[in-house]
Design a binder for this molecule. Structure first.
Ligand code: NAP
Length: 499
C-alpha cells in the first residue's frame, strides 16, 4: 500500500456536517483516526450546515452519533469519544446557496492558519458542489495545499458528470480533487491488489486462457427506505454499477502497474474502462436484466414493494436490480464474460467477486465430471459482510473405498489471520486524504470513462427497453438475471452468506 506521510495539522471543513453521511460514517471514522493518533496537533473539524448549532450542540450531536455508529466492525466494542476529539469539533451555520454571513464566519475561523493544510469535504448533494467551490474561492479560502473531497453521485450521465468536474475544476487542480468511492477503502479490495501483484502464482492463470468468467455481486437486503424520490432519479445501474462495481472490475482486470504510484495504478484502471466493449442496440436487451422489488419478506419481516415506499410519486420504471454481462476487449480478457449484478431487498447481504477458472480439459477420476458447475475451481473474494478469500478446489474424500472427489476450500479470513484491526473504509480513505495520497480515489478520466460505457445502456432502456421485471423482496432477484447468465450455460454463485 502507498506509504503515508506523517499526518500534518489540518483544518477539515465538512460541508454537510450534520447529514447522515457525516454522522454515520465520517465522524465515527475521524474519531478512530484520532484515537490512533492519525489527527496531528491542533487539527480541527469544522462542520458546516444551515442548522443553527453552536459548538457545544454539535459536539453533543456528534458524541451520540459516534456512540450509535461504531466506525468499523473490527473495532469491536464501540470506541468512546475522547475529550480530545470532541474539542476538535466546531460548527458554522452557512447556507452555501446564498450570499450568507456564514462565509465570513468560516473565513474568520480559518484566518491566520494558512500554513496548515485544508481539506474541504463535500458531504452534500452534488448540485451544490459548484456553489461551494466558488464560495470558497470568493472568500479566499483555497490555499495551494487545500484538497477537496467529493462524494458520489458524480453526475447521472457523462454530461452532468463533466459539468460537476468542470465546476470543481475551475477552483481546484485535478491533483487537489479526491473523488471517493468507499469500496476502494475496503481492506479486501486493497488486498486484491497485493494478492495479484505481490505474488507470482496468480499472474500466469489470470487471463482468458485459464479464467472462464468473473462474477461481481453487491447484494443488499435493505430497500430504498424513505429515499425513493432520490432513487427514482438514479437506479441500480447509476447508483452501484457506474462506480463501485466497475471499480472492482478494474482491479480484477487491470494490467500490473509499473509502481504503486498515485498515477500508475489509475492509469491502468482507466485503460480497463476504455477497453469495455460498448453495449448498443439489441445487445442491451440480450446482455442486461433489470428488476424492481415488490412486497415480500426479508429476514422474517414483511416489507413494502418499491412503488409503495414513502417518498415516491406514482409509477416508476427505475430499476432496483440490475445484472449485466460486460467484456473487457483486450488481449488478456477478450471473450471472458464479466457478469455484474446488484440489487436491493434481496435475500442476502454481501459483496463478492468470483473468479471462475476453466474446467480441466479431460477428467480422469470417476465422478470428476459429475457436477462441474457446483464444484469448479474458483477464487471467491468477499468484501462484506466479512472479508475473506476462498480458493475452491477439488480434493479426495478420505476413505479406502472408491475414490471420491469433494470440493475443499482453502480459506483466508483476515479477521482470524491478522491480529491487527481492519480500519473502516472511510477511516482509511480519510487518512489518505490527510496524507495527500490520491491512489485510491477516482480520477476525472476514470469517472467519465465509466459514464461513457453506462450512458448508451441507459439510452436504450429509456428509448425502448423492457420495463424492469418485478421480483419479490427477499428473493434472489428477477428471473431475467438467471436467463442472462444461463444463456452461456453458467450460473450465479449463490453460496449462502452469513447474515
Ligand atoms: P443528508 O442527510 O440529506 O445531509 C445533507 C447535509 O448537507 C446536511 O448536513 C445539510 O444540512 C447540508 N446541506 C444541504 N444543503 C445545504 C446548503 N444549501 N447549505 C449548507 N448545507 C447544506 O445527506 P447525506 O446522506 O449525508 O448525503 C450527502 C451526500 O453524500 C449526498 O450527495 C449523498 O448522495 C452522498 N452519499 C451519502 C451516503 C450516505 O451513506 N448517507 C453514502 C455515499 C454518498 P442542513 O439541511 O442543516 O443545511
Amino acid at each position: 500500500m502507498p506509504q503515508l506521510s506523517e499526518p500534518q495539522p489540518t483544518d477539515i471543513i465538512v460541508f454537510g456536517g450534520t447529514g447522515d453521511l457525516a454522522m454515520r460514517k465520517l465522524l465515527p471514522a475521524l474519531n478512530l483516526c484520532d484515537r490512533d493518533n492519525g489527527l496531528a496537533g491542533d487539527t480541527r473539524i469544522i462542520a458546516v450546515s444551515r442548522d443553527g448549532l453552536d459548538d457545544a450542540d454539535y459536539r453533543a450531536k456528534a458524541e451520540s452519533a459516534i456512540r450509535e455508529h461504531p466506525a468499523s466492525r473490527g473495532a469491536g466494542t464501540p470506541v468512546p469519544t475522547q475529550g480530545r476529539f470532541l474539542s476538535r469539533l466546531h460548527h458554522i451555520s452557512l447556507d452555501v446557496g446564498e450570499d450568507d454571513p456564514g462565509w465570513e464566519a468560516l473565513a474568520a475561523m480559518l484566518a491566520g492558519r494558512e500554513e496548515r493544510s485544508r481539506v474541504f469535504y463535500l458531504a452534500v448533494p452534488p448540485m451544490i458542489f459548484g456553489r461551494i467551490c466558488r464560495g470558497l474561492s470568493t472568500a479566499g479560502l483555497v490555499t495551494g495545499t487545500s484538497r477537496v473531497v467529493l462524494e458520489k453521485p458524480l453526475g447521472r450521465d457523462l454530461p452532468s458528470a463533466g459539468a460537476i468536474n468542470d465546476e470543481v475544476g475551475e477552483i481546484f487542480d485535478e491533483a487537489q480533487i479526491f473523488r471517493i468511492d468507499h469500496y476502494l477503502g475496503k481492506e479486501t479490495v486493497q488486498n486484491l491488489l497485493v494478492l495479484r501483484f505481490a505474488n507470482m502464482f496468480l499472474e500466469p492463470v489470470w487471463n482468458s486462457r485459464w479464467v472462464d468468467h468473473v462474477q461481481i455481486t453487491a447484494a443488499e437486503t435493505v430497500g430504498v427506505g424513505g429515499r425513493r424520490d432520490y432513487y427514482d432519479g438514479s437506479g441500480a445501474l447509476r447508483d452501484m454499477v457506474q462506480n463501485h462495481l466497475l471499480q472492482l472490475l478494474c482491479l480484477i482486470a487491470m494490467e500490473p502497474p509499473a509502481s504503486f504510484g498515485r498515477e500508475a495504478v489509475r492509469d491502468e484502471k482507466v485503460k480497463v474502462l476504455q477497453a469495455l466493449r460498448p453495449l448498443r442496440g439489441n445487445e442491451v436487451a440480450a446482455r442486461t436484466a433489470r428488476g424492481q422489488y415488490t412486497a415480500g419478506r426479508v429476514d422474517g419481516t414483511e416489507v413494502p414493494g418499491y412503488l409503495d415506499e414513502p417518498g415516491g410519486n406514482g409509477p416508476s420504471s427505475t430499476e432496483t436490480f440490475v445484472a449485466l454481462q460486460a467484456e473487457v476487449a483486450n488481449w488478456r480478457w477478450g471473450g471472458v464474460p464479466f457478469y455484474l449484478r446488484t440489487g436491493k431487498r434481496l435475500a442476502r447481504h454481501g459483496t463478492e467477486i468470483v473468479v471462475r477458472f476453466r474446467d480441466v480439459p479431460h477428467p480422469i477420476f470417476p465422478g470428476q465430471s459429475v457436477d462441474p458447475v457446483s464444484a469448479p475451481n474458483q477464487m471467491v473474494i468477499r468484501l462484506q459482510p466479512e472479508e475473506t478469500i476462498h480458493l475452491h478446489m477439488l480434493a479426495k474424500k478420505p476413505g479406502a473405498g472408491e475414490l471420491e472427489l469433494r470440493p475443499a476450500p482453502l480459506q483466508l479470513s483476515f479477521a482470524e489471520t491478522f491480529a491487527e484491526r481492519s480500519p473502516d473504509a472511510y477511516e482509511r480513505l480519510i487518512m489518505d486524504v490527510l496524507a495527500g495520497n490520491p491512489t485510491l480515489f477516482m480520477r476525472r478520466d476514470e469517472v467519465e470513462a465509466a459514464w461513457r460505457w453506462i450512458d448508451p445502456i441507459i439510452g436504450v432502456w429509456d428509448a425502448s427497453g423492457p420495463a424492469p421485471e418485478p421480483y419479490p423482496a427477499g428473493s434472489a432477484g428477477p428471473a431475467g438475471a438467471d436467463s442472462l447468465i444461463g444463456r452461456t450455460s453458467r450460473t450465479w454463485h449463490e453460496e449462502e452468506l452469513p447474515r
